[in-house]
Design a binder for this molecule. Structure first.
Ligand code: URA
Length: 311
């Protein structure tokens, strides 16, 4: 079978599987919006498929090097559906989904952090575009009642590195706790409290707001122990009422609506890889000024220490 025919058959099978998946999800969660962003602009498709940056992809299109379903396209606004259309650059089929991706979700409360729940509870797979990005998994966990930033990737190495304590990737939480948190409790939280007979690593803690009978704290930690923030607060006498994660390394929750996701791109994606002590999939590890810059940024994000000195 020819390469083009094979690609067409694959795209058709993917489209059918995606349709089935979508129908099942729509039935399971009629309240969730379908957030797929396709059809998408051709330059976005090329950038996401890892062919070139958005700018570079625009140049390829303008230069007449891109075909959609066998027809040369030079119009930058052209839209394509990755699951139905065949895109070629310089006569070669662009493989959709072969480049690792990272997505950020603003997790709602009431959803568990797992891709499958055998007892039928609502899980993050009900929200995430698993048809478009097969192999997507959550990087770490948030409790069922915790909201906010949860990263997903198809890159297992990235997930492992981001969660490994050696890389000290900071996670920032907004915790609304019961009671008026005093200076002593704040300094205990910052210096370390005993959880399971082991002190927590130093944290950055600040009071964001004092309310009637409650305090809103911002807590930055780089460990990822079980129910860590809730247990830290409880240890100093302040039970958590609400918990939201607002940053994971260089990635901020920002104004991403609750229940929505976005694909990380550009500098934000690079910074995330560098914070994990890794090169991005686009950076050749061996050579070039780009890599020297990436190495420098990687060291900077890892706390201005050579990686090998970290414990
Ligand atoms: N700490 C917690 O206690 N819960 C979370 O979901 C995340 C961090």
């Amino acid at each position: 079978m020819g390469k083009v025919k094979r690609a067409q058959e694959l795209a058709k099978a993917q489209a059918e599987a995606a349709e089935r998946d979508r129908a099942a999800k729509a039935q399971a969660r009629p309240d969730l919006r379908d957030q797929r962003d396709y059809p998408m602009r051709l330059q976005k498709f090329l950038a996401r498929a890892g062919v070139a940056s958005r700018r570079g992809s625009e140049s390829l299109i303008s230069a007449g090097r891109v075909e959609v379903n066998g027809v040369a396209v030079t119009e930058l606004g052209t839209k394509v559906d990755p699951l139905h259309d065949e895109v070629m650059v310089d006569g070669r089929v662009v493989e959709w989904g072969s480049k690792p991706v990272v997505l950020a979700l603003n997790k709602p409360a009431g959803i568990i952090t797992t891709m499958k729940d055998y007892s039928g509870r609502r899980c993050v797979a009900d929200i995430m575009p698993t048809d478009e990005f097969p192999g997507l998994f959550p990087i770490g966990r948030l409790d069922i009642d915790t909201t906010g930033l949860l990263l997903f990737s198809t890159d297992g190495d990235l997930g492992n590195h981001l969660l490994h304590p050696r890389h000290h990737v900071t996670k920032v939480y907004r915790a609304t706790v019961w009671g008026d948190v005093g200076e002593v409790a704040l300094s205990w939280l910052a210096d370390g409290v005993l959880i399971d007979d082991r002190l927590t690593a130093p944290a950055k803690v600040k009071v964001i707001k004092r309310l009637e009978g409650k305090t809103i704290l911002e807590i930055a930690i780089h460990e990822g122990r079980y129910h860590q923030v809730k247990r830290m607060c409880e240890e100093v006498g302040h039970r958590v009422e609400q918990l939201e994660r607002i940053a994971f390394g260089p990635v901020k929750l920002g104004n991403l609506p609750r229940g929505s996701w976005r694909v990380l791109e550009g500098r934000e994606l690079e910074d995330l890889y560098h914070a994990a002590g890794l090169h991005t999939p686009d950076e050749a590890p061996q050579a070039g000024p780009g890599v020297a810059r990436a190495n420098a940024r990687m060291r900077e994000m890892a706390g201005r220490k050579p990686l090998k000195e970290e414990s």
